[in-house]
Design a protein around this ligand. Structure first.
Ligand code: K7E
Ligand code: CUA
Ligand code: CA
Length: 609
């Protein structure tokens, strides 16, 4: 039966295609040529370095991801708000990283907006800030080491969302409270709800002051001249239901006059709430100007020249262009369905992500302001449902104008199926010509919201090869075991391929703190130490000192071993913690195993004969 149905179809098939055969071949050839040239653009030979660092927020992974562009190679995850045992980050209650994180809240976070420090309108490669929307924390990452340098809680706020650096000085980073509460009285009455924008010292992350108002603040962007910062507000209704939040036809962009807020602060024109000066917008006229824009705006982006702030319409197919000096709306060009975020090149063009259309639309800002018909320059399909989009250097006054990434919410069938949940998808788009061109797609862990792209040249000389030795570093030859009642401190070093001490003795139930310094002086020689059956692992980079504390378990032998494959003797890089019963006699640690001990610890050769 099958054969009789299939045969006529097969017979017809060649005929059906004869008519367009040459067309198909031409098209296939063209596609192949296009693919080959796209592949060439992203090809970075083994051993060669990418031009850009792309730093993607990790969303509910609580971290940030570093990729190399244009190769789209994954390079590093920087854990921030979530422990990562492999990297020895915040997974041991005795470690400094754990104590710092746990002191600020839960061991999980939701990172959205990576922000790079700038000097003179350019990225300077010093600091990266990122928010935790879920637990109202801001972290600062030192780009010399790509490690967390500081984490602080922002008081009074809930839903710490939009984050930006106050330009041009970068003396503050400011963060928007997206979720409204009665932060002054802690009541549950919605009529009393307000939101805040918090200004933090960019270095210490202490909250210096906050501006409070009715409504909410979503995405943030700074003017370039030290006057206003801008926030989009989608809930000017101050509603508590999604229907209520879309009641008004227009919501607002809020412009905060920072020098005026500083003056209010100096004049004592504020209320202190939980130790933070809070300036109520109603009491300081001009500190917050509301500029009406179509309902429920989302993205908020200041153009590289600082002249305009663009509010992406989200529920409106428009982007609102606002003059950053007069705070007047000067144009409202239509761009497509579901505009979320806008980014820039160095030639006066804006690129807006269209969530509903699954497109990036390129449009010319000057033409849109003039009301010219041809302000839309190009559109390109992305896969699928793009959130943020970001071009290289786009948050500075000097965008690079060559690459753009599209951070897509859904990947559907883009990658090998690995179950119902698919990875998030980023697409790399060449924006160097008139036409945009998608040249690559790469997956990532959930769920990058935003990204920053910084040229390699800004960072490559800043990144250190080894950690600078800290005051608490254990020096080679100064290893020791210090006992104080039931507290035992083990000062340990490691270098290929040995831990010193290679053994130490404790009593059952002792509180053991291991201070471990990696005394290597060459880059990349990371060691780790795992304590068998105790659930402890730490990673320790060259020059770094880490600490970990645990309770000594039941009597017995507990090996500790290196977890980073560091040399041919990596497996031999291990030592013993000898746990003895309470009250048992303990041998003092007298330095590396003496010759006689070593001899004793090795079986007689005859045993193998
Ligand atoms: Cu648009 Cu948190 Cu930046 Cu996500 S927000 S997309
Ligand atoms: Cu040290 Cu492996
Ligand atoms: Ca609204």
């Amino acid at each position: 039966m099958k054969v009789s149905i299939l045969l006529p179809l097969l017979a017809l098939a060649p005929m059906a295609f004869t008519g367009c055969n040459s067309d198909t071949t031409a098209r296939q050839q063209k596609t192949a040529a296009q693919n080959a040239s796209a592949a060439q653009l992203t090809y970075v030979a083994p051993g060669k370095l990418d031009d850009y660092y792309a730093i993607l927020s990790g969303g509910q992974s609580g971290s940030v991801f570093v990729y190399g562009l244009p190769s789209c190679r994954f390079i590093k995850e920087i854990p921030i708000f979530e422990p990562r045992a492999a990297l020895g980050y915040a997974n041991n209650p005795g470690s400094e990283t754990y104590k710092r994180l746990a002191a600020t809240g839960p061991l999980w976070g939701d990172t959205h907006h990576p922000v790079l420090s700038q000097t003179g309108g350019r990225y300077d490669g010093d600091w990266l800030w990122i928010n935790d929307k879920a637990n109202d924390r801001i972290a600062k990452i030192d780009l010399r080491t790509f490690e967390v340098a500081e984490i602080k809680v922002v008081p009074n706020i809930q839903g710490a969302h939009g984050l930006a650096a106050y330009l041009p000085s970068c003396k503050y980073v400011f963060v928007n409270g997206e979720l409204e509460t009665d932060h002054a009285g802690n009541s549950t009455e919605a009529e009393k709800y307000r939101s805040l924008v918090a200004f933090l010292d960019a270095q210490t992350l202490e909250t210096k002051f906050q501006v409070s108002f009715v409504g909410n603040a979503d995405i943030a962007s700074s003017g370039k001249d030290g006057r206003y910062v801008f926030v989009t507000m989608y809930n000017t209704e101050n509603a508590v239901s999604s229907e209520g939040m879309i009641e008004r036809d227009r919501d607002a962009v809020g412009a905060i006059d920072v020098p005026l807020a500083e003056k209010a602060l100096a004049d004592g024109n504020f209320t202190k709430i939980n130790g933070v000066p809070v300036i109520e917008s109603e009491k300081v006229p001009g500190v917050l100007t509301l500029i009406p824009v179509p309902k429920n705006p989302h993205g908020c982006n200041v153009t590289p020249d600082g002249k305009y702030v663009l509010a992406s319409g989200k529920l409106s197919p428009t982007v609102t262009i606002i003059d950053t000096k007069t705070l007047k709306v000067i144009a409202e060009p239509e761009v497509g369905l579901g505009p979320l975020h806008t980014t820039f090149d160095d030639r006066g063009n804006a690129y807006t992500s269209l969530f509903v259309d699954s497109q990036i639309v390129k449009w010319n800002i000057a033409k849109a302001i003039q009301g010219a018909d041809d302000y839309i320059v190009d559109r390109v399909d992305v896969h699928y449902n793009v959130g943020h989009t970001k071009a290289a250097g786009a948050d500075t006054s000097h965008p690079n104008g060559d690459w753009l990434i599209s951070l897509n919410k859904l990947s559907k069938g883009m990658f090998l199926p690995v179950g119902p949940a698919m990875p998030e998808s980023q697409e790399l788009i060449d924006i160097s010509g008139d036409k945009m061109r998608v040249v690559a797609a790469f997956p990532s862990l959930p769920e990058p919201h935003d990204a920053v792209m910084v040229h390699r040249k800004v960072l490559e000389d800043k990144v250190v090869q080894t950690h600078h030795l800290q005051a608490n570093a254990v020096k080679l030859g100064e290893e020791k075991v210090v006992r104080n009642g039931s507290k035992v401190d083990v000062y340990m070093t490691c270098i290929r391929s040995k831990f010193v001490p290679e053994q130490f003795e404790v009593h059952e139930g002792d509180e053991v703190t291991v201070h471990l310094t990696n005394v290597e002086t060459v880059r990349d020689m990371t060691h780790g130490v795992a304590f068998s059956r105790i659930g402890i692992n730490v990673g320790v980079d060259p020059g770094q000192t880490v600490e970990t504390t645990f309770k000594a378990p039941n009597p017995g032998t507990y090996w500790y071993y290196c977890t980073w494959f560091c040399s041919a003797l990596h497996l031999e890089m291990r030592g013993r913690m000898l746990v003895k019963p309470q009250g048992a006699q303990l041998n003092e640690y007298l330095g590396p195993l003496a010759k006689e001990d070593k001899a004793r610890s090795v079986q007689k050769e005859s045993a193998y004969e």
